[in-house]
Structures are given as C-alpha cells and as structure tokens.
Design a protein. Structure first.
Ligand code: GKR
Ligand code: MG
Length: 434
C-alpha cells in the first residue's frame, strides 16, 4: 500500500473584517464600534477549502501575509513542520510581548492558530471526520458556555455607535441598553440568560471602583440564587490588598475570581489568602509561563484560548499539563464570530473534563460569517458540529460586506484607551488601579 501525501497548500487568503460591537467597558477602556477579526482561508491543490478566524490587527495580518510564501506547497497534515517553519521565520515571543491590556497582543501564536485551525478543517474534510475527532474524539455532545456580562454605555455599536435601534426586541434590545450599575447589570444578565439559557455568569470588572463591582456580584447572587455559578474578572487592576479584601467578601458567592491582580507572584499571594479559586488568562498565558506558575502557585484554573495558545492541538497539550499539575482548564474569549465559536466548541468537546462553563462574547455580536447563520444555544450550550472539519462554511457575501466595514471603519488595531478618550478626554489606562 502506498503512503499518501498532501493535499498541499495552494492559496492562503487573508481577509481582515470589522464586526459590529457595542460600547462595552473594560479595564483598558472602551470597545470601538467595530471589533476586528481576520479570516484565513487555505485552499489546497485539489481545491479543498479550510477556514479559521483570529483577532485582527494590521500587524498580525502583515505577518500572516509574510508567512504565505513559506507555507505554499506544504502538506496540510504536516502541522509540526509548518509550526517549525513559522518559528524559524518569526522566532519565539516573550511574555512581555503579550502586553498589559486584557487581550493578548502577540503575533506568532495567533498565526499558528490561524494556520493550524484552517489545516485541521481541511484534514477533517479529507478524512471525513469532524475536528473534534482529530483532537482525540468527542467527550460530550454539547459544550456549555457562560453568560459574559459587561458594563457598557447605551448603544448598539457599528453605524449606530452610541445610538440605538428602537425596533430591536428581546436580547437585541437589551444588548443596546446601558449597564453602569448593579441594577442594570442584573437586567443585562436576565435578558442574556433568557435568550441563551446560560447557567453560569461572568462579569467583566476592572471598570468601576471595586465595591461597586462587588455590589453587582451580590446583586447577581440575589437575583439568580446559589445554583448559578458566578465569576468576576477585574483584569488585574486590583492591588493585592484590594483583592484580598474583596476576595474574602465574595468568598460565599464566587465560583472563581479571575485575574484580580497582575503577575504570577501577586496572584499567588492572593491565592494563599482567600478560599475562592483563582483563574487567569493574563498571568499564565504560554507554555513558558508554566514552570513559574507551578513554582509559585499563581492560579487554580487556566483560561485557555486556542487563538493565543497556538492552536487547538496546543490547547490539548495544555490540558494534559493542567491535569498533571492539578490545574483546572476552561476557556477565555474575545469578540468573535462563528468560525472561532466552532473551533472553541470542537476543543471544548475534546477536553477530558469541562468543569466550568466556557467564556464567549458571541451574544454581543450580531454579524455572522458562516452560511448556516448564527449558532443557537440550548440551555447555554452549543451542539458539537458533526460534519467533516469545523462543520461551518464561509459566507462569501458576508465576508465581502464585513471586509468593506473594515475598509471604511479605518481601524487597524484594537485600542480601547483611544476609544475611551473620545468619551472621557484625558482618560488613561492604568495597569494597576485600585
Ligand atoms: O472584550 O473587553 C473585552 C475583554 O476584556 C477581553 O479583551 C479579555 O481578553 O475577555 C477577556 C478576559 O477574560 O480577560
Ligand atoms: Mg479574563
């Protein structure tokens, strides 16, 4: 029997898009009216198409463009070789290149992820298996997600910016409303849970003085009761003292506390002082961070993200490391569409355990870029696609429209500080605030 090779990469199409995003607040400022994503399509010499989606910046897109000449002609199954070729060209990145903002600003990890996911989509199509099977097989049919609440200004984002569409109904209307205090946060949670059926709730903190955010958490506890797990994420803006004080206050109501403070050592200090588990997508964000994380004991739960851990297979490796060292594993997100969600769902389905519902920003987006339209959630969970590959196909009309948004919106990278300064002149991001 002859061993097969290929298919081989024949084309890589990189399309930056801009998707409508409401005025959400976070530690770094304010979301712009559009969030940037990049859609990658790999087409093989036998005309099979594989797709992926990553956070978009002009810098990542430029490096992706540069990687094209290195990848054309390579066998899509040779993912180890593809990774090595990219490391050889771009070198490795340090933790400092992640940056201090809530989101990860490294380039290479995003490029790996974009290429790997598109190749896995193709491999799935060639072998007739869903991506989850390429990750070792399905451990569950439905992947649970958590509600992800944001403080926000009134507004729908996109062309409406701070304006609203009076015809909107249900969650589409609630998504436009302001949420600047505990009462409005509870209203947002009720509307989001009514629409998507989420059974856990996360609040993005680091926006207001800590006691206001703690009050919001207690208001959510009052409204939803003890059976709905709650988390809050101040994105490392608190001092150790503040985190211990408010961490202790919230011990009776939190499932976990996410990145209360900056850096592994500070996290370890807080972790020793409070009973609630700590989670992170900020202090342990790459394999290089693991030894120090284990040495100091910086967190209980790592919030993985295949977009910046270097892809789906790397996330499976991380899951093994977490199992070895007694870390829980869950998932972080950023504003995204259905190609990313599909990849997150395949990964979530393959993980040995999913003890915590995963994060997703999906409810905040109204656009979609896959032909089947927007994913539906049942009781907060998404059914794992069963078709070969990711199980989603690119909607080319939507791609063209969202690319046009990118061209007209004029954004080339995410900068929440600048957006915030448009509302509060002189506002400055502080990496530790309270
Ligand atoms: O969308 O503003 C946001 C979040 O703050 C996001 O950028 C974070 O990376 O969701 C994230 C987190 O959990 O830190
Ligand atoms: Mg976080």
């Amino acid at each position: 029997m002859n061993t097969r090779t290929g298919p081989r990469i024949n084309q890589i199409i990189i399309t930056p898009i801009a998707i409508v995003d409401p005025p959400l607040l976070n530690a770094a400022g304010l979301h712009a009216p559009y969030a940037l994503r990049t859609i990658v399509e790999i087409i093989t010499d036998d005309n099979i198409s594989g797709i992926s989606e990553i956070p978009g910046t002009a810098a990542i897109d430029a490096s992706l463009n540069e990687s094209r000449e290195l990848l054309i002609g390579r066998d899509v199954f040779q993912l180890n070789e593809i990774r090595q070729v990219l490391v050889n060209r771009f070198g490795t990145e340090s933790a400092a290149q992640r940056g201090e903002a809530p989101w990860d600003q490294r380039k290479l990890v995003h490029i790996f992820s974009a290429i790997e996911v598109a190749c896995l989509d193709i491999i799935g199509k060639v072998t007739g298996r869903p991506v989850v099977d390429l990750l070792g097989g399905k451990m569950r049919d439905r992947v649970p997600f958590s509600a992800y609440l944001f403080y926000k200004y009134e507004g729908a984002g996109g062309p409406l910016a701070f304006g609203t569409d009076p015809a909107a109904q249900g969650w589409a209307a609630a998504r436009q409303a302001s949420a600047l205090n505990p009462t409005e946060i509870v209203a947002q949670a009720k509307a989001m849970c009514a629409e998507f059926g989420f059974q856990s709730i996360k609040l993005k903190g680091g926006v207001f003085e800590p006691q206001q955010e703690v009050d919001a958490m207690f208001a959510l506890y009052e409204a939803f009761g003890p059976d709905v797990p709650l988390r809050v994420d101040p994105n490392a803006l608190w001092t150790v003292e503040t985190a211990i004080k408010h961490g202790r206050q919230m011990e009776p109501i939190l499932e976990y506390l996410e990145d209360p403070v900056r850096g592994q050592k500070n996290m370890a200090e807080v972790r020793k002082a409070i009973k609630t588990p700590l989670a992170t997508n900020m202090c342990t964000t790459s394999f290089e961070d693991i030894p120090a994380s284990i040495a100091v004991g910086s967190e209980d739960i790592i919030l993985s993200d295949h977009h910046f851990w270097g892809g789906l297979r790397a996330s499976m490796t991380l899951s093994g490391i977490c199992e070895t060292f007694g870390r829980g594993l869950s998932m972080h997100s950023n504003s995204h569409l259905g190609i990313s969600l599909a990849a997150m769902v395949h990964l979530g389905a393959a993980l040995p355990q999913v003890p915590y519902a995963l994060d997703t920003h999906y409810p905040w987006q109204s656009d979609e870029i896959i032909t089947a339209g927007r994913f539906t959630f049942e009781e907060g969970a998404v059914l794992v696609p069963q078709e070969p590959g990711l199980g989603v196909e690119l909607d080319r009309e939507a791609l063209a429209r969202l690319h046009q948004n990118y061209l007209t919106c004029g954004l080339t990278k995410r900068d929440d500080e600048i957006e915030m300064q448009k509302v509060q002149p002189g506002w400055k991001f502080q990496s530790v605030r309270w």
